[in-house]
Write a protein that binds this ligand. Structure first.
Ligand code: HEM
Length: 401
């Protein structure tokens, strides 16, 4: 299915989906702008838990780009899409057990019908996809999203657009003229990948990014200057090309992913015997057998002072044109690497850049009384999250009354 889903992430598809992301980002910013006016808090910061707030944005983006439906999770906080999304991605002990069992013992899970998701959740998302497909087919609606691409794939229509396919997400090896046998269930399963792969990860990235910006007002104002310059160059209408040209924005996000890699480790299964030779005189060779499970500790590698001096310092300059080439290959792995690199990396970066462009244009992100300073990582959670939540404030840049 990687080859079926890959065409969703080519440049041209990203550009089309950017319009949907832009709507979500504008709506997000508008919501908080009107809130600060309504509550006459223009001069004060709106206190918010960032993970929760960005999860709402990530929900709207996944709903729009993957499931083809419009959801407004800030104005309608208890919409079923948001609640079901939380259900899918929240990990209690038993759910974590089911998750690992499905990875480590898939055959046993199939025999005993141990599923990661319950029937109600699956039926909800399959229902959304089926209804969307039905309405699209009846009314001939075309929307630049994943559902449309999959519908075209099953008719055998998707084409490799010239210059659009990229190295690792290329579909050039797929016989695209042949209709692909894709059921509605398959389409729903692909849309679910956006939830599993992209929902927690993207909102976590945004949460840590907001924290680092609050912690370093110089970085935040330098970034705002780049945003204002870009906004002026675009004559007040942000374009996909202009956003991707923003060098400093890219550096700040890259450094956030270096310091806070959402996936703490990446794993591989050994396909043939291999020996890791000792690096130091007191070590022995490590013999890996076929089938050995190997885990690469991304967090530790990205915090190794040998590769990233002063690793706890948030320093976007590591990724400047002058410095980026000094990064040793395979020591920066927030999206993994090689043929199984994260399929949605450009998607995640694009939705994050779009949101922070709009957010920082209207708001300053600041520490508030409840903020977790210094930052402490929770030991209780499955994911990389801050102890007590990531509480920060959005302070409107509009000079209020
Ligand atoms: C900041 C956001 C994200 C981070 C940090 C992230 C990170 C990762 C990492 C580390 C891997 C493992 C790669 C490897 O083993 O080499 C991965 C795989 C994957 N990611 Fe992401 N991801 C993000 C967003 C997304 C999004 C938005 C999607 C949407 C579809 C997605 C879909 C996937 C899929 C399908 C895989 C498995 C690829 C394969 O095995 O062929 N990810 N991701």
């Amino acid at each position: 299915m990687r080859s079926i889903l890959s065409p969703c992430f080519t440049s041209s598809k990203m550009k089309a989906m950017f319009k949907l992301m832009l709507d979500c980002a504008e709506r997000f910013t508008e919501y908080f702008l009107s809130l600060s006016v309504a509550e006459q808090t223009e001069n004060q910061a709106i206190p918010l838990e960032m993970k929760e707030t960005f999860t709402r944005y990530a929900t709207d983006v996944v709903a729009s780009t993957a499931f083809g439906v419009e959801v407004d999770s800030l104005n309608e906080p208890n919409n079923s899409f948001y609640l079901m999304g939380r259900r899918v991605t929240s990990f209690g002990f038993w759910k974590a057990m089911r998750f690992f069992m499905n990875i480590l013992l898939p055959k046993v899970c199939a025999i005993f019908r141990i599923r990661f998701l319950d029937d109600e959740t699956m039926s909800f998302f399959i229902g959304v996809v089926e209804e969307t497909i039905k309405v699209r087919e009846e009314k001939g609606i075309v929307r630049p999203d994943m559902i449309h691409l999959m519908m075209e794939a099953r008719k055998g229509k998707p084409k490799v657009e010239e210059g659009a396919a990229d190295d690792e997400t290329s579909i050039s090896h797929v016989d695209v003229k042949t209709p692909v046998n894709i059921t509605n269930m398959d389409i729903a399963a692909q849309a679910m990948i956006f939830f599993f792969g992209g929902f927690e990860t993207s909102s976590n990235l945004m949460s840590f990014l907001a924290y680092e910006l609050a912690a370093d007002s110089d970085v935040q104002s330098k970034l705002r200057t780049e945003i204002e310059d870009t906004w002026n160059e675009c004559n007040g209408k942000l374009t996909y090309e202009a956003l991707l040209k923003m060098k400093y924005l890219d550096m700040v996000i890259s450094e956030t992913l270096r310091k806070w890699p959402v996936n703490l480790a990446t794993d591989r299964l050994c396909t043939k015997p291999y020996t890791i030779e000792p690096a130091h005189p007191n070590e022995k060779p490590l013999h890996l057998k076929k089938g050995s499970y190997v885990s690469f500790p991304t967090y530790s590698i990205q915090h190794d002072p040998k590769y990233f001096p002063d690793p706890d310092k948030f320093d976007p300059e590591r990724f400047s044109s002058e410095n980026a080439h000094k990064i040793v290959p395979y020591t920066y792995l927030p999206f993994g690497g090689g043929p199984r690199v994260c399929i949605g990396n450009r998607f995640a970066l694009l939705e994050t850049k779009t949101l922070f462009f709009y957010l920082l244009k209207s708001f300053e992100i600041v520490f508030i009384e409840k903020s977790c300073v210094p930052l402490v990582i929770s030991k209780k959670d499955f994911n990389l999250v801050m102890q007590g939540g990531n509480w920060l404030g959005f302070k409107s840049l509009k000079k209020g009354a």
